[in-house]
Write a protein that binds this ligand. Sequence first.
Ligand SMILES: [Zn+2]
Length: 113
Amino acid sequence: MGTDENILKHQLDHGIFDNAQFHGTEGIARKAIDEGISTLSPRQRSVLDPYLSNHCSGVTDPGGHHNGCSKGLKGEELLEAYLRSEDSEFLLCESCESDKGYHAHQWDRISRE
Ligand SMILES: [Zn+2]
């Protein structure tokens, strides 16, 4: 299975297609996962395309400042973001993920002061 198929599988497992505007989306995603995305027709492919790219949601530091990151995510980067994230609606790029870890550490310290 390729990266894009893995992304679709993750999305399928997490109910991302439950809210799809076009209710055939999940069926197309299943076909892509089972038979490979290259077997899809151009129209089927265009239905899935929006799911194969996303963007970083950015992080807010303990002072309430949002870092404004909205880095585009696709391919390996998108898959990794999905695998790291507990909430599929909220994805972070690698740099924000490490910022988040740092902020969590700061929060921890602040709460123990
Ligand atoms: Zn980011």
